[in-house]
Ligand binder design. Structure first.
Ligand code: M6R
Length: 602
């Protein structure tokens, strides 16, 4: 997803902008550019491709200056190309803008500006912004930006520099993240904290509608009418090192191995060894009769596990919905329902839209998120942080397993409130949860076996995953992981559904991976595995309970644990499988094609 960095201060801005953009590379992008005031003009360098391409351009055509804005673009309107890359200029080339988000009424604004004589060279929605600012400019950049944004519909984080006012950057956000980094020798804007972590931990977290004027030695904030805003400096807790690879080949592998620690972090302060449970003062009123769990992608899969845990332990009915569907559906929200959104980044556009919609309808919104200070965290009524630490790889791993821990804690807390199951049963789950870090670690002993399995399937075109009950959810998440980084076509099926269609896909040599962690239904899965074996499938079992494993080609043993908790350790070897298939194929693990870490547009 697009990234923004801007700097004004005593130092040359170019390297600071490039370094900042490099630390946002994990978000995914297809082009990059910078605009720097060089003392007489605004010099723009931009190109399709990685930041390395931009660095080459800057070698041939260097620029320097103490004020600049930079951007990495992930194409939405118009193909990746130099002309569509940011920064965008007004017609007079004296106002430059970087923008994250989407201007929904850009066609109407373009027409309006064309009627006033403005011309456009890109296919982007963004190009209307510098021209609109130019249209309103009467010697005060901040006022012109304020007037221009009143005309914009959609989402934006914007950074602006103008040749006529070379002592400032003006920036503003609406529905797209933007922060300000404060240092002794200059100030930054950025779309995400890692961009400025090498320089400072002192930041302002901007809210929607807050305008900021950065000068080399001051930062002032105001609203759209110019009323001053006072803001507290937020001290970032995680280190720049925490966003580095620390000896692992890739962030994904590092994050897979961080899971035991991440699980401990999620549990810390919430569940102690005496089995006292506290949920950060999060309360569920007894009037709530149904919980909507809403999320996207991997977080949605966490929600599916969460539903099972909450319904089993607490008897509270849950409905799990994809945020992109929920927001345009007609959910039956009333004062007996509550909404729980799940989002690693806390910035996912669809999830955030659901949060706002639910609040507008008067529902209490609960959030499980990893990113402190994210939009979801700031806008939800109750926030539960997973504390997994920064997740850089696009493929979510530790964020997912810590979301599962969060759901188990929610389920246990609700169980104590609802008293549907016995305290002995609750305590048993609590005890097993406290040992989950060790259980997760034990999976790493299987690394060589997982690598060998990965070698076997790296050349396949299709891989199918099967499971029943919670194992079906593990299958869905495993399938998502495999396809997003290895580009192997993959689907997950509830194994009972095989006969209703999918079995037609099985032919000689088709790879079928089955997951089985629940002894009560393992014989059912066994029958399904035999059905695909009979049709020539190559089967691989990830199991803690299949008895007749001899029938399988390959079997990876999963740790023994209560079936309700089994999705957590079961997914780890499957994350590793996806990882090693991807590396065997030589693909970019951390930045898979077409994907972005944080999907801040719908
Ligand atoms: O930041 P979020 O948890 O809201 O992100 C949701 C999805 O975009 C995310 O889980 C995505 O599916 C991952 N790339 C999967 O690995």
């Amino acid at each position: 997803m697009c990234g923004i960095v801007g700097y004004i201060g005593a130092r040359d801005s170019v390297e600071l902008l490039l370094k900042g953009l490099e630390s946002l590379e994990y978000r995914g992008y297809d082009s990059a550019g910078i605009a720097v005031f060089d003392g007489s003009d605004i010099a723009v360098r931009k190109e399709k491709g990685r930041l390395a391409v931009l660095r080459e351009i800057l070698k041939d055509s260097p620029v320097s200056g103490n004020i600049g804005i930079g951007h990495t673009r992930w194409a939405t309107h118009g193909v990746p190309s130099a002309k569509n890359s940011h920064p965008h200029l007004n017609n007079k080339n004296d106002i430059a803008v970087v923008h994250n988000g989407i201007i929904e009424n850009h066609e109407a604004l373009k027409k309006f500006l064309q009627e006033k004589g403005y011309t456009f060279i890109s296919e982007t929605d963004t190009e209307v912004i510098p021209n609109l600012i130019d249209y309103y400019y009467e010697g005060d950049l901040l006022k012109a930006v304020q007037k221009a944004t009143k005309k914009l519909d959609g989402s934006y984080a914007i950074g602006v520099v103008a040749k006529a006012e070379p002592d400032k950057i003006v920036a503003v956000r609406k529905d797209s993240p933007l922060i300000v980094g404060l240092t002794d020798d200059g100030n930054f804007i950025a779309s995400d904290i890692p961009a400025i972590l090498a320089e400072t931990r002192d930041v302002y977290l901007l809210n929607d509608g807050e305008f900021v004027t950065l000068k080399k030695d001051s930062v002032t904030l105001c609203d759209v009418d110019g009323n001053p805003i006072n803001k507290e400096v937020y001290k970032v807790q995680f280190s720049a090192q925490a966003s580095q690879k620390e000896g692992y080949d890739h962030f994904m592998l590092k994050e897979i191995h961080e899971q035991p620690q991440a699980i401990r972090n999620t549990l810390r302060g919430r569940l102690d060894k005496d089995l006292n449970l506290s949920l950060d003062n999060i309360k569920f009123s007894d009037d709530i009769k149904k919980l909507y769990i809403v999320a996207c992608g991997t977080a949605y899969h966490a929600g599916l596990v969460g539903k099972k845990a909450i319904e089993t332990l607490a008897g509270l009915p849950c409905e799990v919905c994809l945020a992109s569907e929920f927001r345009y559906g007609e959910p039956l929200i009333d004062d007996t329902t509550a909404v729980l959104v799940v989002s690693q980044s806390g910035e996912t556009a669809d999830t955030l839209a659901v949060l706002r919609m639910a609040k507008k309808l008067g529902n209490k919104v609960y959030a499980i998120t990893n990113v402190v200070g994210s939009s979801v965290a700031r806008e939800a009524d109750y926030v539960f942080y997973t504390y997994a630490g920064p997740e850089i790889a696009v493929a979510s791993t530790k964020a997912y397993t810590t979301q599962l821990v969060a759901f188990y804690l929610f389920a246990l807390s609700l169980a104590e409130q609802k008293k549907k199951v016995s305290q002995t049963q609750i305590d048993d789950i609590k005890n097993q949860l406290l040992k989950m870090d060790e259980v997760a670690s034990s999976v790493f002993d299987k690394t060589e076996q997982i690598k060998a399995l990965a070698e076997k399937i790296a050349g396949e075109h299709d891989v199918y995953f099967l499971g029943r009950g919670l194992d079906y959810i593990v299958a869905m998440e495993a399938s998502l992981k495999l396809k997003e980084i290895s580009y192997i076509h993959s689907d997950a099926y509830a194994s009972g559904e095989l006969k209703h269609g999918p079995i037609a896909l099985i032919e000689d040599g088709t790879v079928v991976i089955s997951i089985c962690t629940n002894p009560d239904i393992s014989n059912k899965l066994s029958s399904n595995v035999k059905e695909v074996l009979a049709r020539g499938a190559k089967t691989i079992g990830f199991t803690s309970c299949l008895s007749d494993t001899a029938a399988y080609g390959d079997v990876l043993e999963l740790p023994q644990i209560d079936p309700l908790l089994a999705p957590l350790p079961a997914i780890i070897p499957l994350q590793m499988l996806a990882y090693y298939v991807c590396t065997a194929k030589g693909f970019d693990v951390d930045k898979p094609r077409n994907l972005a870490k944080s999907v801040t547009v719908e």
